[in-house]
Design a protein around this ligand. Structure first.
Ligand code: ZN
Length: 217
């Protein structure tokens, strides 16, 4: 789970959300050197559902919110490896050229990325009324599908916040699964509350490697 791929500006409120572009490139090289292959979440889902083959050591690389460096820094690195990313796009990020304008999303889709929903305004969904909950969960998917003509089959809970009511709305909207910020491997038993591995700005390449090696034990 990545957020911003960029150097953290001085005084950034959440510096751990920023991964330096050079660290990101080094982390991807580490994955490739250790036999990993990035795939979309949809491919993992197909494997879980009907055993459609996956490459050795499959890994899903998710990028939350829609921030500029995901296109300017992450996309070229992944393109060189012929790997897709998964963009969990907040619809409002489309409004600014400093976040993720539509042409940048199209560029990523053209490179094989998967587009998933991450609401419209990024609220804590456990604290919104039922009308807003539905608008954020279902409305975000409808908007992304209309704009980009891709499936938008998975959902990502803003700030990892969910409860039974939120999960029920995600299922009712027709998503095939959803990702959280719960630390750990994604498992088919948790298809609507999939775990992820948070990569922090301070991880560097050594910390990144340690997190993956701990999980592969
Ligand atoms: Zn987010």
């Amino acid at each position: 789970m990545y957020h911003v791929i960029a150097d953290a500006p001085a005084g950034a409120a959440f510096p751990e959300l920023f991964v330096r572009p050079s660290d990101f490139a080094g982390q991807m090289s580490w994955l490739a050197a250790h036999g990993f292959h990035a795939v979309t979440l949809h491919r993992v889902y197909e494997y879980w559902l009907r055993g459609t083959p996956l490459p050795a050591r499959p890994i899903v690389l998710t990028f939350d919110d829609g921030t500029l460096g995901q296109d300017t820094h992450a996309l070229p690195v992944l393109r060189r490896l012929h790997w897709p990313g998964v963009l969990n796009l907040k619809v409002n990020a489309l409004k600014s050229k400093y976040t993720m304008p539509p042409w940048r999303v199209r560029e990523m889709l053209g490179a094989g990325w998967e587009l998933d929903a991450h609401t419209i305004t990024h609220p804590d969904l456990t604290h919104v009324g039922s009308a807003q909950l539905w608008h954020e969960v279902d409305g975000s998917r409808v908007e992304l599908q209309q704009l980009f003509h891709v499936p938008v089959a998975f959902f990502c809970y803003p700030s990892g916040r969910y409860d039974q009511r939120v999960v029920a709305a995600v299922r009712r909207a027709g998503y095939l699964g959803a990702t959280t910020t719960n630390y750990g491997l994604g498992r088919p038993a948790d298809i609507y509350t999939l775990g992820r591995i948070r990569i922090n700005g301070s991880d560097g390449i050594a910390g990144f490697a340690r997190k993956l090696q701990d999980l592969s034990r």
